[in-house]
Ligand binder design. Sequence first.
Ligand SMILES: NC(=O)c1ccc[n+]([C@@H]2O[C@H](COP(=O)([O-])OP(=O)(O)OC[C@H]3O[C@@H](n4cnc5c(N)ncnc54)[C@H](OP(=O)(O)O)[C@@H]3O)[C@@H](O)[C@H]2O)c1
Length: 266
Amino acid sequence: MSLKVCLAGATGWAGSELARGIAAASELTLVAGVSRNHAGKLLGEALSDSRLTARLYASAAEALVEPCHVFVEYTKPASAKANVLLALQHGAHVVVGTSGLTEADFAEIDTVARERQRGVLACGNFALTAVLLQKFAESAAKVLSHWEIVDYGSATKADVPSGTVRELASRLSRVREPQVTIAPAQAIGPPESRGATVAGTQVHSVRLPGHVLGVDVIFGMPDQTLTLRHQAGSSARPYVDGALLAIRKVSGLVGVHRGLDRVLEL
Ligand SMILES: NC(=O)c1ccc[n+]([C@@H]2O[C@H](COP(=O)([O-])OP(=O)(O)OC[C@H]3O[C@@H](n4cnc5c(N)ncnc54)[C@H](OP(=O)(O)O)[C@@H]3O)[C@@H](O)[C@H]2O)c1
């Protein structure tokens, strides 16, 4: 049976690449998309790709009139929560790629998803190498007590630190709080030099031309260090395979689940 997918943000940087990935997957069918600027067109007209025959609608409410099994949210933080709640009310399972939803948003979504017996799988970074870095860093944090994170982004990336790094710091905090030998406030010199404290971890954000998106987690102990590094290039291709996996697996879940490792057998 083909899984019917509705994609909010189908004309965006991440959404358009995912739309092409869905079109290439034999067991998935893209039945509708959401884009305010291209509403009324076929997605293929908007993206100059004749394989994409789904119609675009101005809102999730209109797109959800087309029955779908899975709704993918890939718009913007301001529209994400309302879209997700609406999709659940229409009986769809939901994959969330959009960053910026708060813990309170997820708690509200979880309540509705459980009432409706539907799954929501949210992942701030679908790139498989980022998902693996997260997993390996959690394992390392069980053994190594000191770490800091370097967050790399392009000169035009305004959000600091990235959603990927926030999620990573939050997950590491659930393993344990990293130990700090000299607290930033006690450092001699500007305390900002020691970075920002995010969920207990010191994070240093670099924003420079030449970088796209990357993360180093550096673990240290006397006379030895371990660096785990994920780097992504400028295309949205890295986010497609993980999102496709989430679409295929989300119907096996009930309630909100965070992180692709929830459905990735590691
Ligand atoms: N999880 C991951 O791996 C991953 C990877 C990449 C990006 N992201 C996140 O995904 C989100 C989208 O990123 P992007 O770079 O693809 O953004 P983008 O290029 O600006 O695309 C946004 C898409 O959403 C639509 N849109 C925006 N606001 C909307 C609204 N209020 N209602 C309906 N549609 C709306 C846009 O079309 P119209 O303007 O025509 O409506 C467009 O199709 C961001 O939160 C980003 O951080 C996550």
